[in-house]
Write a protein that binds this ligand. Structure first.
Ligand code: 5RP
Length: 218
C-alpha cells in the first residue's frame, strides 16, 4: 500500500463524519484533496463548504460544491483536514501547505475536527517536521531573532506568500515536549499571526491510513 493509498483510505473514512445536511469546513493539502474528490460524490446533501485556502476553494468549485464565507456560515458541524505530524494525543503540526491560519480559524469555528493522514505522520514527539509560523512581513527578522532565542532555527520559506499576504518561517531543530506551552509562547510574539501547532485545540478524531486499514484515535 502506498502513502497515497493510505491518505485516500483516511479520506474515505472521514465521509462517515459528514452530516446529512448543512455546511462543513474543508482543509488544504493532498489528503484534503482526496477528501474533496470523495465529497463530490455526496455533494447533494450539503449546502456548501467553508474552504481553508484559495486552492481548496477552487477545487470545491470545480466539483460544483458551493463555497461559503465563514462569516455567513455560523458554527460548522465538522472540519476535515490533514496534518504534517500527529501524536496519539491528537496534537498536530500543520501548515506544510502554508494555509495554517485559515485552517486554525475554520477548525476553531467547528464543533469537531477530524484529522486525516497516512500513518507516516504519527510521531512520538512533534518537531522533526519544521514548524511553520506565519508572520507579518515587517516583523520577519524580529520574530526570527525571538525564535532563535528559544532554541529554534527559523528558515524563511522562499518565494512563498500566504493567502493572507504574509510570510512563513519554518522552524527547524525543535523537540516539542510541551506543544500547548510552545503554541501559546509563539502566539505571544508580536508579529506572529499564527503558528502551526494545533495542540490547545487538537484534532477530536484522528484517522490514520495504515497498511491494515484505518486506525481511529479519539
Ligand atoms: C496545509 C496543511 C496540510 O494539512 C498538511 O501540510 C498535510 O498535507 P498533505 O495532506 O499533503 O500531506 O496543513 O497547510
Amino acid at each position: 500500500m502506498t502513502q497515497d493509498d493510505m491518505k485516500k483510505a483516511a479520506a474515505e473514512a472521514a465521509l462517515e463524519f459528514v452530516p446529512k445536511s448543512g455546511i462543513i469546513g474543508v482543509g488544504t493539502g493532498s489528503t484534503a484533496n482526496y477528501f474533496i474528490d470523495l465529497l463530490a460524490t455526496i455533494k447533494g446533501r450539503l449546502d456548501g463548504a467553508v474552504a481553508s485556502s484559495v486552492a481548496t476553494a477552487e477545487r470545491l468549485k470545480r466539483h460544483g460544491i458551493p463555497v461559503v464565507d465563514l462569516n455567513e456560515a455560523g458554527t460548522l458541524a465538522v472540519y476535515v483536514d490533514g496534518a504534517d505530524e500527529a501524536t496519539v494525543h491528537r496534537a498536530l503540526i500543520k501548515g506544510g501547505g502554508g494555509a495554517l491560519t485559515r485552517e486554525k480559524i475554520v477548525a476553531a469555528a467547528s464543533r469537531s475536527f477530524v484529522c486525516i493522514a497516512d500513518e507516516g505522520k504519527l510521531v512520538e514527539v512533534l518537531g522533526r517536521f519544521p514548524l511553520p509560523v506565519e508572520v507579518i512581513p515587517m516583523a520577519r527578522s524580529l520574530v526570527a531573532r525571538e525564535i532563535t532565542a528559544l532554541g529554534g532555527e527559523p528558515v524563511l520559506r522562499q518565494g512563498f506568500t500566504t493567502d493572507n499576504g504574509n510570510v512563513i518561517l519554518d522552524v527547524h531543530g525543535l523537540k516539542i515536549l510541551d506543544p500547548v506551552a510552545l503554541e501559546e509562547r509563539l502566539n505571544q510574539m508580536v508579529g506572529v499571526v499564527t503558528n502551526g501547532l494545533f495542540a490547545r485545540r487538537g484534532a477530536d478524531v484522528l484517522l490514520l491510513g495504515t497498511a491494515n486499514g484505518v486506525r481511529r484515535l479519539s
